[in-house]
Design a binder for this molecule. Structure first.
Ligand SMILES: [Zn+2]
Length: 323
């Protein structure tokens, strides 16, 4: 029991355990990272460590406080798990109702908010107000997959703790176990950085079809002209994933030009070799930068015309040197 329960998250375990031991616990944390990587367990262990009756920094797991926290019934450890698609103001109000009062049975009150990236704006604003005036003996733990879906003002009030995704070889193995072909598993695991939850979303016939269409268009992208509009129409059908495919593709072109045979698109090595000759390395680095900018624009919260943004990007992907 205790911190050693947190598997595969050595740095997180060391940071949190040290902060508890040294009495440097922050009043708000943001646990960020893919699903199923121990974020919820870490919140529970942190609450136990702060309230364990033995006073040990590594919680015992057997005292009354530890047991009640593990069972989710401790009066000072409140957990909000969204019941619907979004977290509403009333839910946050209810969670925070006991913030001004003293702990009932424990030492430090803990408020754990699962899937904090689903906070509706008014709920987020209410939470922000609570975080702005940190109450004594209270710790908030916000759990989320990605920071960009949260108010920057909330993120800035939290100590951000990044949870590691699965090692890539392990992600590839698990995808193959789900019936995914080895090359596709390799590409998807790399594109999603080992985030299995996200990777599973790539295992649909629609995404496979998008990739096939992408491979037909990819050799034409350096030429520009008519392909810009055809490609934008195709990529706009699933812009977030299409941009990840583009990014992985241009990454591979750069890697290949650098003489390295370490491709994400292992199944398209011949095509990578061919297309990489149409660009200079400088063009490719610029292309990668442009793709990153388009991703931020399209994935951000701004109201952007996706098709137009993709067309503008694809114009920039033309090779500058004569083909
Ligand atoms: Zn205990």
């Amino acid at each position: 029991m205790g911190w050693q329960e947190l598997l595969g998250q050595g740095p997180v375990r060391r940071i949190l355990a040290a902060e508890v031991t040294e009495g440097r616990v922050h009043h708000a944390y943001l646990f960020l990272g893919p699903d199923a990587r121990g974020k919820e367990e870490a919140a529970r262990i942190l609450a136990q460590a702060l309230n364990c009756e033995t006073g040990a920094h590594d919680p015992c797991g057997v005292c009354r406080n530890c047991r009640l926290i593990a069972a989710g019934t401790h009066p000072d450890v409140r957990i909000l798990v969204p019941s619907g698609r979004f977290i509403r103001l009333e839910e946050v109000r209810e969670l925070c109702r006991s913030v001004p009062t003293s702990p009932l049975a424990g030492v430090v009150k803990c408020y754990v908010l699962h899937e904090a990236d689903r906070l509706l704006p008014e709920a987020a604003n209410h939470l922000l107000k609570v975080l702005e005036v940190p109450p004594a003996a209270t710790v908030f733990v916000l759990i989320a997959r990605r920071a960009y879906a949260l108010l920057p003002t909330i993120v800035s009030r939290c100590q951000v703790v990044n949870f590691q995704p699965l090692p890539l070889h392990e992600a590839v193995r698990r995808l193959k176990d789900q019936g995914c072909e080895p090359e596709w598993a390799h590409l998807v695991a790399h594109i999603t950085g080992g985030d299995l939850e996200e990777a599973v979303g790539w295992l649909t016939p629609q995404v496979r079809h998008l990739r096939q269409e992408f491979l037909v268009l990819a050799p034409e992208l350096p030429l520009g002209k008519g392909v810009v509009f055809r490609a934008a129409a195709v990529l706009a059908t699933d812009a977030p994933r299409a941009l990840r495919l583009l990014s992985a593709w241009y990454r591979d072109l750069i890697v290949w030009r650098a003489g390295l045979d370490l491709l994400y698109n292992e199944d398209a090595k011949g095509l990578v070799a061919e297309v990489s000759q149409l660009y200079t390395t400088r063009d490719l680095l610029h292309a990668q930068w442009s793709i990153g900018r388009a991703e931020r624009l399209i994935m951000g919260r701004t109201n952007v015309n996706v098709r137009l943004a993709l067309e503008a990007l694809l114009v920039e992907l033309r090779a500058k040197r004569p083909a």
